[in-house]
Design a protein around this ligand. Structure first.
Ligand SMILES: Cc1cc2nc3c(=O)[nH]c(=O)nc-3n(C[C@H](O)[C@H](O)[C@H](O)COP(=O)(O)OP(=O)(O)OC[C@H]3O[C@@H](n4cnc5c(N)ncnc54)[C@H](O)[C@@H]3O)c2cc1C
Length: 466
């Protein structure tokens, strides 16, 4: 089995897009099959060596960054095992990227609907974080599309976990007092009345086992969709429009605030100068006349909007959408700071209150903090990113995000709708589930990972594992 201890090689596994620094590891395993993973887990368990699984390293919360022990790089497990056109399912190894799967599915006119923005992410990583994308508005998160996962536990045991095997059968739920809210969420171990064992593992951020195979459901590809980006004079116009269009049969519904457009303008000088906000949506079918009328009600002319009707135009618009997280991640890098970003979602009827709260807090401080609000307005889920430009702004950024989390929790929301907790959001998870909920999650962890070596520091502080 391939093992590496060269610091230069290890260095490339100490980063993801959280900018979390200080990670370190003694070595890297690069297994080529499940047998080797079983050997690794047995060896690390017997010697109490922490083991951190690494996927595409595109995560935003430091989940794949080790703080000691060894890294398990999954990249050699990158085969598409089967695509079954009849049953519309695919079986993949964990390091197949979203992009690689899509290339093969395209040839067969099939689609794997979850579309987290970063297509270099591994399917294993997206299952471990329960990632979502812009089309989650229509299709839900990764969890909804996974039929089966194969997991190797720290004991070296292997289990196929299929949908339909109830959590109740594991007698875990009897002791749980917390429940995962019924909104878009990826915060902590998933549990509600109807959840399966597979639901608990999806989104468990690699803390319970290593995912070595994933079976997913597919659908037929769409052809006649069109994409549109409409630029509004004010944020209120954009939000009102989003609320109205939400009831139509659309796939994607995204929002960009004034600052987001300002950040993108150097790359997209054609963004109208007087734009206060924008909405991007993708529809299967919509009468253009009807759309023009809807837009006009919110002071926008259809001809001033960007329309994507053919593949080339649609790709351009999608690139624009994807440019947003990339640009803001660059800002954090430029200012050499970890990502201060909310990943909050709230129930439908609480979105306006949450948005008002964001705005009141963002304009109340006196600092050079730069912020953007963008993302999945269709699911009441905006990413508010705060970039501290000076050292003095860092405590303000931290405090502001914590205030957002407290407000969201008071409204029945979640502290993490899609990115997970990783190593940088423990405090927020505690706000959401309280110490009791966290201690119950720690019990689940100890049940499945008795040697407590897997992905230490993800979801809750490693000190709680003692
Ligand atoms: C520009 C950009 C845009 C993004 N947009 C989105 C978005 O729209 N929606 C979204 O949800 N996320 C988004 N992300 C975040 C990121 O792409 C997702 O979190 C993704 O799921 C991470 O996958 P990965 O393979 O890179 O995992 P990594 O970052 O390598 O790991 C993530 C976590 O999964 C664990 N893990 C990885 N593989 C396995 C495995 N086989 N078994 C067990 N545990 C494993 C790791 O230990 C870690 O805890 C974005 C990131 C970037 C950089």
């Amino acid at each position: 089995m391939l093992k590496k201890t060269d610091p230069a090689v290890i260095q490339s596994y100490l980063e993801d897009s959280s900018n979390l620094s200080g990670g370190f590891a003694d070595g890297l395993f690069l297994p080529e099959n499940e047998k080797e993973i079983i050997e690794i887990t047995k060896e690390c368990s017997s010697k109490a060596i922490p083991l951190t699984t690494s996927g595409g390293t595109t995560g935003t919360t430091g989940g794949c960054i080790p703080f000691g022990g060894w890294i398990l790089g999954t990249e050699k497990l990158n085969k598409i095992i089967d695509i079954n056109q009849k049953s519309k399912t695919a079986i993949v190894q964990p390091a197949v990227t979203l992009d690689a799967l899509d290339i093969e599915l395209k040839k067969l006119n099939l689609l794997y609907p979850p579309d987290p923005t970063e297509a270099t992410a591994f399917i294993g990583g997206t299952a471990a974080t329960n990632a979502s994308g812009s089309r989650s508005f229509k299709f839900g998160a990764t969890r909804n599309w996974i039929k089966r996962i194969k997991v190797i536990f720290s004991t070296g045991e292997t289990q196929n976990i299929e949908r339909g095997k109830l959590l109740a059968s594991k007698q875990i739920h009897n002791n749980l007092s917390y429940k995962t809210p019924n909104i878009k969420t990826s915060a902590g171990y998933y549990y509600n009345d109807n959840s399966d064992l597979i639901d608990l593992f999806i989104g468990s951020e690699g803390t319970l086992g290593i995912i070595t195979e994933i079976e997913v459901n597919l659908i037929n590809r769409f052809h006649d969709t069109f994409d549109i980006i409409a630029f509004f004079k004010t944020e209120k116009d954009a939000v009102d429009f989003a609320e109205q269009i939400k009831t139509s049969d659309i796939l994607t519904l995204e929002f960009f605030d004034h600052n987001s457009l300002g950040l993108l303008r150097p790359a997209y000088p054609q963004i109208p100068e007087n734009s206060g906000a924008a909405v991007y949506f993708e529809a299967e079918a919509l009468e253009l006349d009807q759309l023009a009328q809807m837009l006009e009600k919110h002071n926008v002319k259809l001809e001033e909007s960007w329309l994507g009707t053919n593949d080339k135009q649609k790709e351009e618009l999608r690139k624009f959408r994807h440019a947003m997280p990339e640009h803001i991640n660059e800002e954090f890098k430029k200012h050499n700071t970890i990502k201060y970003a909310s990943d909050i979602a709230v129930p439908d009827d609480k979105f306006r209150e949450m948005l008002n709260y964001y705005n009141s807090q963002l304009t109340s401080h006196n600092s050079q903090l730069f912020w953007v609000k963008f993302g999945h307005i269709g699911q009441n889920h905006l990413h508010v990113n705060l970039v501290p430009k000076t050292q003095n702004d860092i405590p303000i950024a931290k405090e502001t995000i914590l205030k957002f989390v407290k407000k969201a929790v008071s409204l029945g929301g979640t502290c993490s709708a899609e990115h997970g907790i990783g190593k940088i959001k423990h405090e927020y998870l505690q706000e959401m589930f309280g110490l009791k909920g966290i201690s119950e999650m720690v019990k689940i962890k100890k049940h499945f990972d008795p040697s407590r070596i897997l992905n230490q520091g993800n979801i809750f502080p490693r000190e709680l594992l003692k």
